[in-house]
Design a binder for this molecule. Structure first.
Ligand code: PAF
Length: 285
């Protein structure tokens, strides 16, 4: 049976009116913020939201402020009709798809900066990225005022940045991390996987292999220095062209534990390029 078409709202006023109506009925509301080009990973966020609340809304907004000047904002895949159909099939109740001018009207001048956790790794490799994410997520959560918001663990540093900002800004929302959805060979699902050539796609799954192997080494007593060096060497051997990082970090604040052995809780995070496509993934250890 095909799901009925998904209601779409485009303004903060319409979004708030719907969420207010649900809350007036005593319903709990979950939100899954996305940038569209949806795949099974996003749908798993919607399903998790549905399991934690009565109503779930998704947002689709390709946020210009989190892309660097040489990044893929212009070519980022966009397919609102396809996204809406997928969301409806996953049990989503509402799509919020604001325009850039609804989100950033004339005169917009505020930025949200989260220090510490947003500084290393992607923060260092993509200057300004987390400020863009923190700003738009603060706005989205404030606009929708959901009880629960679900974000994927694939973007683990982003998840930790959002947990920090929700805590620091006293946002009345529970932030939930959803396990990474993966292809059969372990490749984390990502809208950017669509950029990969068939040859690159063959190599891409090895990012996850290297991270799993690193997790086993760390748990087996190898030092952080050894785990990181072995991980980088493995990615080079597999054919990754540029490695932004392959690092062991404290799982919560993402500080570096130093070169010696580390009993955790750890997160091992990696970012590497195949051609122009930048892939990221991470693993608990
Ligand atoms: O993970 C994403 O898709 C985006 O970074 C988010 C959280 C929707 C903010 O634009």
């Amino acid at each position: 049976m095909t799901a009925p078409p998904l209601p779409i709202v485009r303004t903060v006023a319409d979004l708030r009116a719907q969420v207010r109506a649900w809350k007036a009925e005593g319903l709990r509301v979950a939100m899954a913020p996305t940038m569209g080009a949806l795949h099974e990973g996003h749908l798993s966020l919607v399903r998790l939201g549905k399991a934690k609340a009565d109503k779930v809304l998704a947002s689709v907004f390709v946020n210009p402020t989190q892309f660097g000047p040489n990044e893929d904002f212009d070519r980022y895949p966009r397919d609102e009709a396809g996204d809406a159909a997928l969301l409806a099939s996953a049990g989503c109740d509402l799509l919020y798809a604001p325009t850039v001018s609804e989100m950033y009207p004339q005169g917009f001048a505020t930025r949200v900066t989260v220090s510490g956790v947003s500084e290393p790794l992607d923060g260092a490799a993509r200057p300004g990225h987390f400020e863009g994410v923190a700003t738009v997520v603060s706005k989205l959560l404030n606009q929708a005022q959901p009880d629960v918001a679900v974000f994927g663990e694939k973007d683990y540093q982003q998840l930790q940045v959002i947990r920090r900002l929700a805590l620091d800004l006293d946002l009345p929302v529970e932030i939930v991390g959803a396990p990474t959805a993966r292809a059969q060979d372990g490749l984390a699902l990502s809208s950017r996987n669509a950029y990969l050539t068939p040859e690159q796609r063959q190599i891409a799954g090895r990012l996850n292999v290297a991270l799993k192997d690193a997790g086993e080494r760390l748990r087996g007593g190898a030092t952080v220095e050894q785990v990181e060096a072995t991980g980088r060497a493995a990615l080079e051997r597999y054919g990754f062209e540029k490695i932004d990082y392959f690092e062991v970090r404290h799982a919560e604040d993402l500080s570096h534990p130093g070169p010696g052995p580390f009993a955790g809780p750890a997160r091992i995070l990696a970012a590497a390029f195949l051609g122009k496509t930048r892939l990221i993934d991470n693993m608990a250890a």
